[in-house]
Design a protein around this ligand. Structure first.
Ligand code: BGP
Length: 480
């Protein structure tokens, strides 16, 4: 649909930016913090690990001052579970002090906090003891941590997200500690989806009880699936991808229902994934206040015959275009590239219109307001003459914001937009080789250097976007 007149962004629109604790804070073992699965995982590299990252733990006041200068209305950050409960059980008061200071500093500068309760970093102690999210006990451990956050921070925090990208962590098990030995990956995926949905429900219920004014919602990563061609088999493959990868987990989180196609697929493979009656009731009784979703790219799906070879999804690990291996799920779908789109160096296809499509699909299905809690371009930035001219990032973001505005004009309620990332952080897959921030951090994967903060060209551009409430999107003149 083409609009004759577009709606403006609402006056209270949350122009934000995002980070996550293990990627930005550093100080992985300071002031009582326990080891998380991310600390344990990233120790394979002497510099690309969680010891320092962007040193936000020690420089948060300087960073919040930069947020203020950017004009941010809201900042999305995650609370490191292991600062609050180092082993999952014992409370560490120093962790509470740190987040109190951060929240107070944000509020002092007029910046609304959006808190992610879980961003891939549960205690390593719980991973070792129970296999992490593969065990039902995680529901109570997570609820204890969340309840502490509500009690300690809820007087000043009005927006919470439960679990970041619970659908993607099941697709990439290594992100959160891996599949325990002897367990089939598909069985693990179903079990973790179920446990995370129950944990999500418990924590949303707690939040509504303790903080009736606060808003809380789940978070998913959504790469909209397009059919490779209009051949009905490809159309069905795209439907399979959307249903298995996004809607099955999100239906559990928002509607308390199980997609019958997914149930039937697993039943034919000897796996009964039907929830117990009491679990279904628990999930059905919970209604989140919004859906947070992270959007970077769209996907292409094509027919994948049952007899074909299975390939699990992988990463392009070095930023050399063409290195990405597409997944093949026999009987469901196979991934493919999109000839109509450009890609970044990691083969993530750049698709601004896909963001509008994602908004429309999510709102139509769930009728919940949306928050776009990650969106951004990973690139190798160059510091030349003390400046970073990241025009490619400005282009990416302005196209996506323009499509977000069209989605709002389509009638989709969107509360906020949080580009990934406020500053350069340790990329989940590529360290500091792949950067996303508005603020450059002077370090790389080999050397820590000065860790100085340098505003990129995109910083000055986003400043104008925010101060004009989205009106000055394409005015390049206004950028430094
Ligand atoms: C999301 C994660 C973020 C972030 C982002 C970019 O899935 O929630 O933590 O890392 O992806 O990914 P990458 O760093 O691999 O480019």
């Amino acid at each position: 649909m083409e609009h004759l007149v577009q709606k403006p962004f609402p006056d209270d629109f949350l122009w934000g930016a995002a980070t996550a604790a293990y990627q930005v804070e550093g100080a992985f073992d300071e002031e009582g913090k326990g080891l998380s699965v991310q600390d344990a995982k990233n120790f394979s590299n002497p510099v690309h690990n969680t010891t320092v990252t962007s040193d936000h733990y020690h420089r948060f006041r300087e960073d919040v001052a930069l947020m203020k200068s950017l004009g941010l209305k809201s900042y999305r950050f995650s609370i490191a579970w292991t600062r609050i409960y180092p082993d999952g059980v014992t409370l560490n008061p120093q962790g509470i002090i740190f987040y109190n200071q951060l929240i107070d500093e944000l509020l002092k500068q007029g910046i609304e906090p959006l808190v992610t309760l879980y961003h891939f970093d549960h205690p390593q102690a719980l991973q070792q003891a129970w296999g992490g999210w593969y065990d039902d006990r995680m529901i109570d451990y997570f609820a204890r941590f969340a309840q502490t956050c509500f009690n300690e921070f809820g007087d000043r925090v009005s927006y919470f997200m439960t679990l970041c990208e619970s659908n993607n962590v099941v697709l990439y098990p290594d992100l959160i500690g891996g599949v325990p030995e002897g367990v089939a990956v598909e069985a693990w995926r179903f079990q973790v989806s179920r446990i995370m949905a129950l944990a999500n429900a418990k924590v949303i219920t707690l939040c509504h009880e303790i903080l009736p004014q606060a808003k809380i919602g789940p978070c998913i990563g959504y790469a909209v699936a397009y059919a490779a061609t209009c051949a009905p088999q490809d159309v069905l493959a795209a439907m399979n991808e959307d249903e298995f990868r996004t809607f099955y987990p999100l239906d559990l989180l928002c509607l308390g229902r199980q997609n019958p196609t997914v149930v039937s697929f697993f039943a034919q493979r000897g796996l009964d994934i039907r929830l117990a009656e009491h679990e279904r009731i628990t999930l059905k009784n919970v209604r989140p206040d919004f859906i947070a979703f992270n959007y970077y790219q769209s996907d292409v799906a094509k027919y994948c015959p049952l007899a074909s070879q299975e390939t699990q999804p992988g990463f392009n690990a070095d930023g050399q275009k063409g290195g990405f291996k597409y997944p093949h799920f026999p009987g469901l779908y196979a991934g493919d590239s999109n000839p109509y789109l450009q890609r970044n160096d990691w083969d993530w296809e750049i698709d601004p219109v896909g963001l509008r499509i994602a908004c429309r699909k999510l709102y139509d299905r769930y009728q919940l307001p949306l928050m776009i809690t990650e969106n951004g371009l990973g690139a190798c930035d160059s510091l030349i003459g003390g400046e970073i001219n990241d025009v490619y990032r400005i282009n990416y973001l302005q196209q996506h914001i323009a499509q977000m505005r069209l989605a709002i004009s389509d009638g989709v309620p969107i509360w906020g937009y949080y580009p990934w990332s406020f500053m350069d952080v340790m990329s989940t897959s590529n360290g500091y080789h792949k950067r996303y921030g508005f603020v450059y951090i002077d370090r790389d994967d080999q050397q820590l250097k000065t860790l100085r903060r340098i505003k990129k060209a995109s910083f000055y551009w986003y400043q104008q976007v925010i101060s004009s409430n989205g009106k000055q999107l394409f005015n390049q003149e206004s950028c430094k």
